[in-house]
Write a protein that binds this ligand. Structure first.
Ligand SMILES: [Zn+2]
Length: 75
């Protein structure tokens, strides 16, 4: 029985609150609310959200399918 809210990863069913696109960022507000943003709106609102002391969880990398170990020497 675990009552702690583990940070669930975003899925394809999570949608941006602003435009309905697939959500890539989860924002936890100080008051306990939660917002989901696509990459575009996440970036757009990030300054204001940080100013409001919100917690921003960027899962862009996890959703784009980027391999955990990026090949080096390909610059
Ligand atoms: Zn959006």
């Amino acid at each position: 029985m675990t009552s702690t809210a583990a940070p669930a990863h975003l899925t394809a069913s999570d949608r941006c609150d602003r435009c309905g696109a697939r959500a890539y960022l989860r924002v936890v507000l100080p008051g306990g609310g939660e917002l989901l943003f696509c990459a575009h709106h996440g970036r757009a609102h990030e300054p204001a959200l940080r100013a409001a002391d919100a917690e921003i969880l960027d899962e862009t990398a996890a959703l784009t399918g980027t391999p955990p170990t990026a090949p080096e020497g390909e610059r």
